[in-house]
Design a protein around this ligand. Sequence first.
Ligand SMILES: Nc1ncnc2c1ncn2[C@@H]1O[C@H](COP(=O)(O)OP(=O)(O)OP(=O)(O)O)[C@@H](O)[C@H]1O
Ligand SMILES: C[C@H](N)[C@H](N)CCCCCC(=O)O
Ligand SMILES: [Mg+2]
Length: 244
Amino acid sequence: MNGFRGLFVTGTDTGVGKTIVTGALVAALRAEKRNIGVWKPVQSGALLGSGETDAERLLQYTGIDERAEHVAPFTFQAPLTPMLAAKQDGVEITLQEIISAGQPLANRYESILIEGAGGVAVPLTEDSLVVDLISELRTPALIVARTGLGTINHTLLTVSYLQQHGIKVTGFILNDGESDEIYNDSSITTNAELIERYCGIPFLGRFPRLMDEMNTEMLIQVIREKIQLTPIRQALTVQSMEEE
Ligand SMILES: Nc1ncnc2c1ncn2[C@@H]1O[C@H](COP(=O)(O)OP(=O)(O)OP(=O)(O)O)[C@@H](O)[C@H]1O
Ligand SMILES: C[C@H](N)[C@H](N)CCCCCC(=O)O
Ligand SMILES: [Mg+2]
């Protein structure tokens, strides 16, 4: 049985801000005295020790006391889809190895937020995509998407693909990201409402562009002010009850 208690944070693409949003959500949930952990099953694009990997960023944002190699048991240097990045390092991993490597970490927490790599159809291993990992873990999914023009199509496709695989979608968050583009984009006033209308998945809020250093206190404040946590708390609770 591969079931994990948690929520899988996926995105409409790589670079949409899954790491910052995941870190902020975990920090806000932990501030409520919940024992929530964070897991990055496979990461690519930087090496541990650089301070640039997602595991290191997640630990920095949340203040969790874990070793980065436990948060991300598989790290590959090349900025490529994990399957290819692993190949370049001469490694071949299986979906079952990825899942087994996360189990000891998950066992230390009441629930975990899991950050994917890129979007839902990104090759993780020779014969699996991110969506297959979510299916195996049996967690619901939360989508992080860009705020601006193009996000309706990307988000509706992501919702549809997850649902075709029997995965429950808890909601979507639109992230302003680091680009200036959205400031002249009139679609931002209607994107969230249109996505909700066409797929029926709740909009949980807009994550603002952060200019200052991203410390834990500031991230908790951003989540409290901008993001609806109730559906996320419910997703984590319902799952725990289903397991009993
Ligand atoms: N709201 C924001 N404010 C400021 N910078 C942001 C924001 N969201 C994302 N960024 C920056 O944009 C870059 C890309 O975001 P990030 O690495 O979080 O994407 P990702 O979805 O986690 O990508 P990956 O698929 O590699 O995990 C990072 O440098 C991040 O710090
Ligand atoms: C390198 C990086 N940061 C990633 N998380 C891997 C993203 C792979 C995306 C593949 C793709 O969709 O074309
Ligand atoms: Mg990331």
